[in-house]
Ligand binder design. Structure first.
Ligand SMILES: [Zn+2]
Length: 62
């Protein structure tokens, strides 16, 4: 049997830690704008250079 508990929630990949995260109730109204799994990742990301502003590759330079 399958459990459909969490499978129902939409998920995204956090570009900061490259981990999938699931929809949360607090993001209900802004899910489209949510990109990071947490504020920590968001601030951590903005700390770094903006050279890779596009963020397509995802992998930071060494
Ligand atoms: Zn993250």
């Amino acid at each position: 049997m399958k459990r459909v508990a969490k499978a129902d929630l939409p998920t995204k990949i956090c570009p900061a830690c490259n981990r999938p995260f699931a929809w949360r109730k607090k993001w209900a109204r802004m899910w489209d704008e949510v990109r990071y799994c947490s504020e920590r990742c968001r601030s951590d990301r903005s700390r770094k250079r903006r050279s890779a502003d596009d963020g397509a590759a995802g992998e930071p330079p060494p």
